[in-house]
Design a protein around this ligand. Structure first.
Ligand SMILES: Cc1cc2nc3c(=O)[nH]c(=O)nc-3n(C[C@H](O)[C@H](O)[C@H](O)COP(=O)(O)O)c2cc1C
Length: 364
């Protein structure tokens, strides 16, 4: 049924302007009753950040920015869904066009700029589904014109903690000027101190919501040393590696679109994303788990992400080119790998290749 949905919907979506296609995809998920995905094999279940995931395949932030369809996405087989990025106040984001499909490269460039309906609207939706179950993470960011970025994150943690399975502090989007500067050591230390403090403050009522940090794949290794050091000392629960890249690999074939400003995702930055994930994994030394995102568009690339150091994975751009069937394909590939290696779960695979990935020449 999902295969049929993909076969009918994908040609239509590809014929449209990418942002219109995204709007239509959300509407289809809202109004077309897709069947419940078959129950996950027990070997795919995993406990991470104190949460029980039915499978490790998540939807990355940016697809369901306003929490319109998290339950439809869980139904079609995702093990977890991350909604957002949500900003405190509604904001329109950058002018259109701001989303580009690089078909020949299987990549996407976006400079959406945190278009968000704002915290109040999203909070209402999440409160309405509070008892629906399933793991729904909430990704939060600062308003473009805010006088105090850190205060925006604190406010969002306070308001979303009761309804979020976890909260992601997103300081890595390239499309809000200055946002990525929050990855600098002094600012990051202050941010995480105040965010973790907010989490503790609301915990008696909201429960101990895990706090994750989402970073860019464009950090220098020196900066990554600082970021991981601070994340460890401030006791975040995990990191997501990573967001879109502002770099443009020399191999890109869609050279005209490659010049569009914004963050590149999908297949082109796969090697960079895996390298940064492995570099993060070796620095974290098992103190907290990682979510791997960037360039997954097949079962093999998903398994490589686990082997580079991810306990959980997230996909977004791969869905544009492969459809929702990608989720089942990844799960099948994981089960095939378990059979092949005679394992009961994916634990042995996590980070198994991190050392060798970090020894490779730097991906260009
Ligand atoms: C159109 C688009 C919008 C995105 N919006 C967000 C966002 O709001 N917040 C965020 O943290 N990441 C956002 N991302 C980044 C994704 O969550 C993910 O980290 C990145 O795209 C790499 O994964 P992929 O190659 O599977 O797409 C966005 C990505 C795309 C393609």
């Amino acid at each position: 049924m999902i295969g049929l949905f993909d076969r009918l919907a994908r040609p239509l979506l590809h014929a449209l302007d990418p942002e219109d296609a995204h709007g239509l995809a959300i509407k289809l998920l809202k109004f077309v009753p897709l069947p419940l995905a078959s129950r996950d094999d027990k070997r795919l279940a995993t406990r991470v950040f104190g949460l029980n995931f039915p499978n490790p395949v998540g939807l990355a932030a940016g697809f369901d920015k306003n929490a319109e369809v998290p339950d439809a996405l869980l139904r079609v087989g995702f093990g977890f869904v991350e909604v957002g990025t949500i900003t405190p106040l509604p904001q329109a984001g950058n002018p259109r066009p701001r989303l580009f499909r690089l078909d020949a490269d299987r990549g996407v460039i976006n400079r959406l700029g945190f278009n968000s309906q704002g915290a109040d609207a999203v909070l209402k939706r999440l409160a309405a589904r509070a008892n629906a179950g399933g793991i729904v993470g909430v990704n939060v960011g600062a308003n473009k014109d805010t006088p105090d970025r850190i205060a925006d994150y604190v406010r969002l943690i306070e308001c979303f903690a009761p309804f979020a399975s976890y909260v992601t502090v997103n300081i890595s989007s390239p499309n809000t000027p200055g946002l990525r500067d929050m990855q600098q050591a002094a600012v990051l230390d202050d941010l995480l101190a105040r965010v973790v403090d907010a989490r503790e403050r609301v915990a008696p009522n909201a429960g101990p919501v895990p706090v994750l940090l989402k970073i860019a794949p464009d950090l220098s290794l020196g900066d990554l040393d600082d970021v991981v050091g601070i994340a460890r000392s401030r006791r975040v629960d995990g990191m997501i590696v990573g967001n879109t890249t502002v770099t443009r690999p020399a191999s890109l074939r869609e050279t005209k679109k490659a010049n569009e400003a914004g963050g590149l995702s999908g297949r082109p930055p796969l090697a960079l994303a895996n390298r940064m994930l492995a570099e993060t994994y070796v620095r974290v030394e098992g103190v907290f788990p990682l979510i791997g995102a960037g360039g997954i568009d097949s079962g093999a690339s998903a398994l490589a992400k686990i082997q580079a150091g991810a306990s959980l994975i997230q996909v977004y751009s791969g869905l544009v080119f492969r459809g929702l069937g990608l989720v089942a394909e990844i799960k099948h590939a994981f089960l095939a790998a378990l059979e092949r290696e005679r394992q009961d779960n994916l634990k042995e695979f996590i980070g198994a290749d991190a050392a060798s990935v970090t020894a490779e020449p730097w991906p260009v």
